[in-house]
Design a protein around this ligand. Structure first.
Ligand SMILES: [Ca+2]
Ligand SMILES: [Ca+2]
Length: 322
């Protein structure tokens, strides 16, 4: 049996430990009674969230590859077991044994890890699990010769980043948005561990998809040019109350091609642009709205582009914020 695990344990966050069974012998391995413990070296409490194991069906021949059964039980309140420790005991049932070449995750253990001391550590090591259900930690008790010795302890330093907080991938204090019906913005956020994130709106118009973070709102055309604030909350699936991150954005909604800022895109914008280029008209407040061909510069080609759009069959103004 070998360990594989997330290398980093996150403060105030779910930690996932994976335990694999690997049989590198050319023959099946029969009886395996064993266990392991997970403990917080700093002594602060450790809570089990969830324990997944491979499918078990003792005696029916339908266990792991129809050949081997093992159940894992979780212990946290045995006598003399400190609050910083989780114990997991495994016992195998009947079967042909763990097949040669077997290499699969047997247990996925999700624990909640609170750090009290800076640079606290989460550790895993072998246990000896005698039939009387009292826990003796190897090598202090038990006979490693009769049971797999897993070595260790394997310890993982707690990161000081509160990475249970989702990080918004594209959050800005202010953004410009091209008006459409409806307007949308992606408030997607990730967690360090890649776990699911849920969303809600704490302030502002519209709705948000609670799973994807896609925000949509219908903004009346007469509200164009009136900035508003959207405050979106995001939290990790395992932590709905303690790790809520917020993205606060002031949105400026503009009509593409509306360079005179009257809320509509029409011939008055063409006149405005020509007056700016060839007369003494004021420059556009939002340059991106006047750069209708989207080439990053404001010049005569934009005027031609706009004429072609309004009187020919040219394409509409390019959305600079798409
Ligand atoms: Ca206009
Ligand atoms: Ca241009």
């Amino acid at each position: 049996m070998k360990y594989s695990s997330d290398k980093i344990i996150n403060v105030g966050c779910r930690a996932t430990l994976y335990f694999r069974y690997t049989n590198d012998q050319p023959y099946p391995i029969g009886l395996i009674d064993n266990g392991f413990r997970v403990w917080n070296k700093g002594g602060s409490p450790l809570n089990l969230i969830h324990l997944d194991t491979l499918p078990i069906d003792f005696g029916s021949g339908t266990g792991w590859r129809d050949a081997f059964d093992q159940s894992f039980d979780f212990y946290s309140s045995e006598a003399d077991m400190p609050v910083c420790t989780l114990g997991v005991g495994g016992s195998s049932g009947t079967g042909q044994g763990l097949p040669a070449g077997f290499d699969e995750v047997a247990v996925s253990l999700y624990v909640w890890f609170y750090v009290i001391e800076y640079q606290d550590t989460l550790c895993v090591d072998s246990t000896w699990y005698p039939p009387n259900h009292s826990w003796l930690w190897s090598p202090a008790g038990g006979d490693p010769g009769e049971r797999p010795e897993w070595g260790g302890p394997y310890c993982f330093l707690a990161e000081t980043i509160p990475c249970g907080y989702p990080q918004f991938t594209d959050c800005h204090n202010e953004i410009n948005v091209a008006w459409s019906e409806p307007i949308t913005h992606d408030f997607h956020a990730d967690t360090f561990q890649g776990s699911d994130v849920y969303y809600d709106i704490h302030e502002g118009p519209g709705q948000i998809d609670t799973v994807t973070g896609l925000w949509t709102a219908s903004i009346p055309q007469d509200q164009i040019g009136h900035p508003f604030t959207v405050r979106v909350a995001a939290w990790e699936e395992w932590c709905s109350s303690c790790n809520v991150a917020e993205c606060v954005t002031t949105m400026h909604v503009y009509m593409l091609g509306d360079m005179n800022m009257d809320g509509a895109s029409d011939i008055s914008d063409l006149i405005f642009l020509a007056d700016n280029m060839f007369g003494d008209g004021e420059p556009p407040q939002v340059i991106e709205l006047a750069d209708v061909n989207g080439d990053g510069a404001l010049d005569i080609s934009d005027l031609i582009y706009l004429v072609d759009y309004m009187f020919g069959d040219g394409p509409p103004p390019v959305n600079p914020w798409a």
